[in-house]
Design a protein around this ligand. Structure first.
Ligand code: AMP
Length: 150
């Protein structure tokens, strides 16, 4: 925890807030879109991290980008799903944080993204921090603050 002087407010570290990699659904960079869509639909998530075989973080793949890619002039060309790999359409311009960063570092990045990935100095994937987790933290703190004001 990072303590703010004279105040009892403590800002949690990313390491305390993240969902650890073992519990995060992900796909491999070389997987065909068919497999990625299966993972996304089965898990119920709209986007998941993409890793390489050495567990390094490479980007994010979303249901939206897969559907957009397969949308032809009039209908979805789902037969193309097995011909295209995740690496061809994944989003690589996504923010990351480190284990030692704090909640505020994650918060700023979560304004534009539903989750941020946590990586180490070698780029290996440690987990994710989600908007839900941050909102729960804020909700907890506000309740505590208002309890003291009553
Ligand atoms: P939430 O704030 O819990 O709605 O999560 C935001 C987003 O984070 C979800 O839409 C998913 O894209 C991603 N996410 C959350 N939990 C997981 C998980 N266990 N595995 C993979 N992606 C996740």
């Amino acid at each position: 925890m990072v303590s703010l002087e004279k105040e009892k407010l403590e800002i949690p570290k990313v390491s305390e807030l993240m969902i650890e990699s073992e519990k995060v659904a992900h796909v491999q960079i070389g997987n065909p879109l068919e497999h990625a869509l299966l993972v996304l639909v089965r898990s119920g998530y709209s986007a998941v991290p993409v890793l390489d075989p050495t567990y390094k973080f490479q980007g994010v793949i979303s249901k939206h980008s897969i559907l957009e890619e397969t949308l032809g002039l009039e209908d979805f060309e789902l037969n193309r799903l097995s011909d295209i790999t995740v690496s061809e359409i994944m989003d690589t311009d996504v923010p990351c944080v480190h284990l030692q960063d704090n909640m505020m570092d994650a918060l700023y990045k979560l304004i534009d993204y539903p989750f941020v990935c946590v990586t180490n100095d070698e780029g290996e994937f440690d987990g994710i921090v989600t908007r839900r987790t941050i909102l729960k933290q804020f909700s907890k703190h506000y309740h505590e603050i208002f309890k003291h004001l009553e």
